[in-house]
Ligand binder design. Structure first.
Ligand code: 8YV
Length: 322
């Protein structure tokens, strides 16, 4: 029997996934689940053929170039791959894979939770109750932004953006979107395409960010672009923190230009900018978009299906191409 491929597993993934990878690979694991520094990843990579990582490990050009020649594939337990320098990996002949599709529904659900949580003051109302401060029902208390009939602008109409659109249509929202190209999919015929982000921002009563983080989208939501949005808009981000410049969003929430924000991601995770904490109009979650038992198992199985295919010389299910 051929020797099992050697695999560095940087995080502690769900039990079913760990059992499968321990069965099929000679695995080096990180049972403490501590986030490994790049130097530790490099040290542990000396005698393995592959790496299974999460979005928490950064494989910059420098790290990729320093990897030993024995590393042939990096499978990331995420759909987003802004933490991997794909061009550097391609130059070094390292294959990359990710986990699209399987987390679409879970992430779109959290986008709607953020949208409703922000619009309906879920944080401040629940906090008032939990802290024993709620004295009585009052007609002018915890007043949110009405959702029905409003315009939802979706930035990035890939799988997750489309799933957000479908859900929001159930709330009778009007869907607008910006994407590289218009989408032509059943059920979304009524969605209005905007060729430019400027055109989209101008109609966003609500904005849902569903694009990847790249040099083009870094800090796209800054002072200048927030100013293009209607007054009292609501901003939702379930994509990547770096797409919003937090200082700009904090200014806009403080001034009231932006009525509320629902964030599952933010800059410098896990450290939330402390200036957000004074804001009752922020509904914030700790990056739980894909966090259901079913989804996290499916993500792990997809990583392992990709690794199995790679070592059996079969095409990958989801290879990241530059
Ligand atoms: C991951 C995510 O759980 O898939 C993504 O891109 O943001 C999350 O679903 C996280 O990145 C850990 O890998």
């Amino acid at each position: 029997m051929a020797a099992k491929p050697r695999l560095l597993v940087t995080r502690n993934f769900p039990p079913n996934v760990m059992a499968r990878l321990r069965r099929d690979y000679a695995a080096i694991t990180n049972d403490e689940d501590r986030i490994l520094e790049p130097a530790e990843v490099l040290a542990l990579s000396q005698d393995v053929d592959a790496i299974l990582c999460a979005g928490t490990e950064k494989f910059s050009r420098e790290v990729i170039e320093a990897l030993p020649e024995n590393i042939r594939i990096i499978a990331t337990y995420s759909v987003g791959y802004d933490h991997l320098d794909a061009a550097a990996a391609a130059e070094k002949g390292i294959t990359l894979s990710n986990t699209p599709d399987v987390l679409t529904d879970a992430t779109a659900d959290i986008a709607l939770l953020c949208l409703l949580g922000a619009a309906r003051m879920a944080h401040s109302s629940a906090q008032t109750l939990r802290s024993g401060q709620w004295s009585s029902w009052a007609a002018n208390q915890f007043l949110g932004v009405h959702v029905t009939g409003k315009r939802l602008g979706i930035l990035g109409m890939g799988r997750i953006g489309q799933a957000v659109a479908r859900r929001a249509m159930g709330f009778n929202m009007q869907i607008h979107y910006h994407n590289r190209r218009p989408v032509d999919v059943p059920g979304l015929e009524a969605a209005i395409y905007h060729k430019t982000t400027d055109s989209l921002l101008g109609v966003c009563d609500f904005l849902s960010i569903n694009c990847g983080l790249s040099a083009k989208t870094k800090y796209l939501i800054n002072d200048e672009n927030i100013a293009k949005m209607p007054d009292n808009a609501v901003i939702v981000n379930t994509a990547r923190g770096g797409i919003i410049e937090d200082a700009a969003l904090i200014r806009a929430l403080k001034s009231g230009k932006i009525a509320a924000a629902g964030l599952d991601v933010f800059e410098n995770e896990p450290h939330l900018n402390p200036d957000y904490l004074d804001l009752d109009t922020l509904f914030v979650l700790p990056h739980i978009g894909s966090a259901t038992v079913e989804t996290r198992d499916a993500m792990g199985n997809m990583c392992l299906d990709n690794l199995d295919a790679f070592f059996a010389d079969r095409p990958l299910i989801s290879e990241i191409k530059t």
